[in-house]
Write a protein that binds this ligand. Structure first.
Ligand SMILES: NC(=O)c1ccc[n+]([C@@H]2O[C@H](COP(=O)([O-])OP(=O)(O)OC[C@H]3O[C@@H](n4cnc5c(N)ncnc54)[C@H](OP(=O)(O)O)[C@@H]3O)[C@@H](O)[C@H]2O)c1
Length: 337
C-alpha cells in the first residue's frame, strides 16, 4: 500500500511516501481502507517532537473509510461498513495518512450511509475535544443530545477554529445559546455559518461587556483555546458552577487566574487533553458525536463554517504545513489520490 512514514521527528520534510505491506488486524482490531485522513495541529506537533519509534510511523489521528478485514474476536459483519476512525496514531504506528490503517474495533465508528467520508475524517480530534469541553462543568449534564443544553449559555473562544467550529455545532445541536469570539469579519461569517447566535470580534469589541449583555448571570461553560490571553475575561463572565475548559496553549503557556473572583461562582478551571480524558467520558463523547452526525446536525464545508482544503496523499507534508500555518477550516488528505 501507499503510506506516509517518518522515522525521526522534524519538519514536514521528514514525511516520505513509501510502499508498505498492508497491515493485518490483530485480535480485537479492524482494518480500514481509508478514503480521507483528517489533519489536526496534534499531528504536526507530535511529528515535530515525538520519537516515532523503530520501523517508522504513519501520522494523523483521524480518518474515514470502509472496514475491509477484522481480527479475531471482532464481528465479521463489520466488513464493508463505512466508519470514522479516531486516535489511530495515538501510541500506535498506523496513522491515517495511508491507504489502510488498523485500529481497535471501538475506534472505528459506524457512519450512516449518507454521511460523507470528508465529514467522517473531520470528526475525531475536534469533535471529541469539543464534547469534553461542553460537558465538564459541574452545572451541565455529562451527555449532549437535543435539548440537553436548553436554557444554557456556552462561550466558544475562537469560533472559526476546527475545535471552535465543532463546539458551536454540538452546542447548537444540544440547544444551547452559543456566543463566540473571532478576530475578523471573515471569521465572524464562518462562526455564524456554524450556528453561533452571537459573534463578538475580540479585536474590535469589548468582549466582557458584550457577553454581559447577552448573559447577565454569566455563561455555563467556556471552550477555551487561549487561556493565557483570555483568562481575565473568562474569569469575569463565568457563571455559577461553570467551567473554563482549557484545551490549548495558543497565545501563551501559563495562566493567571484571580482566585477570589473565581471562588464566588465555585468556578472550575478544567484542563482538557482528548487522549487522556477519563474512559467513560470518551465513550460518551464518541456516542454523542455519532448521534449528532446521524441526526444530520454536524456538517463540514464553507456553509458549515468549516471550508475544506483537500490534498493528495503524496502532499501530506504540504497538508501538515497548511495546518501549522493556521489554515482556516479543515485540512483533509484524499488518500486515494
Ligand atoms: N487538548 C486537546 O485535546 C486538543 C484537541 C484539539 C486541539 N487542540 C489544540 O487546540 C488548538 C486549536 O486547534 P484547532 O484544530 O481548533 O486549530 P485552528 O483551526 O487553527 O483554530 C485555532 C483558532 O483559535 C483562534 N484563537 C487564537 N487565539 C485566540 C484568542 N486569544 N481568542 C480567541 N480565539 C483565538 C484562532 O483564530 P484567531 O487567531 O484569528 O483569533 C483560530 O481560529 C491547537 O493548539 C491544538 O493543538 C488540543
Amino acid at each position: 500500500m501507499r503510506a506516509i512514514s517518518y522515522s525521526r521527528p522534524g519538519g514536514p520534510d521528514v514525511l516520505d511516501l513509501v510502499d508498505r505491506p498492508v497491515p493485518e488486524p490483530g485480535p480485537g482490531e479492524v482494518r480500514v481502507r481509508l478514503a480521507f485522513s483528517g489533519v489536526n495541529p496534534t499531528d504536526w506537533k507530535s511529528r515535530s517532537t515525538a520519537d516515532p519509534g523503530s520501523g517508522g510511523k504513519t501520522p494523523n489521528q483521524d480518518g474515514a473509510g470502509t472496514v475491509d478485514a477484522v481480527g479475531a474476536g471482532v464481528e465479521p459483519a463489520l466488513v464493508g461498513e463505512r466508519v470514522w476512525v479516531w486516535e489511530a496514531a495515538y501510541q500506535r504506528a498506523f496513522g491515517t495518512a495511508a491507504e489502510y490503517t488498523v485500529v481497535p474495533a471501538r475506534q472505528a465508528v459506524l457512519l450512516g450511509p449518507d454521511v460523507s467520508f470528508e465529514l467522517g475524517a473531520a470528526l475525531g480530534i475536534p469533535f471529541l475535544t469539543a464534547h469534553r469541553c461542553l460537558t465538564v462543568a459541574e452545572s451541565l449534564p455529562d451527555r449532549l443530545s437535543p435539548g440537553s443544553l436548553t436554557g444554557r449559555t456556552v462561550l466558544v473562544q475562537g469560533g472559526a477554529g476546527a475545535v471552535g467550529n465543532a463546539a458551536i455545532q454540538l452546542a447548537r445541536w444540544a440547544d444551547a445559546t452559543v456566543i463566540t469570539t473571532v478576530s475578523s469579519p471573515r471569521k465572524a461569517q464562518l462562526a455564524a455559518a456554524a450556528g453561533a447566535f452571537h459573534v463578538i470580534d475580540y479585536r474590535q469589541q469589548d468582549v466582557v461587556a458584550e457577553i454581559r449583555k447577552i448573559a447577565p448571570h454569566g455563561v455555563d461553560t467556556i471552550v477555551e483555546v487561549s487561556a493565557a490571553v483570555n483568562a481575565g475575561a473568562d474569569a469575569q463572565v463565568i457563571g455559577m458552577h461553570g467551567a473554563v475548559a482549557m484545551y490549548a496553549d495558543d497565545g501563551g503557556a501559563e495562566v493567571t487566574v484571580p482566585v477570589r473572583l473565581q471562588m464566588g461562582p465555585n468556578a472550575r478551571w478544567q484542563f482538557v487533553l482528548v487522549y487522556t480524558e477519563p474512559a467513560r467520558a470518551k465513550a460518551l463523547a464518541v456516542e454523542d458525536v455519532n448521534a449528532a452526525v446521524l441526526d444530520g446536525a454536524v456538517r463540514v464545508g464553507e456553509d458549515a463554517g468549516l471550508p475544506l482544503h483537500v490534498f493528495p496523499l503524496a502532499e501530506t507534508a504540504q497538508a501538515h504545513s497548511a495546518v501549522q500555518d493556521g489554515a482556516v477550516g479543515k485540512v483533509l488528505i484524499d488518500v486515494t489520490q
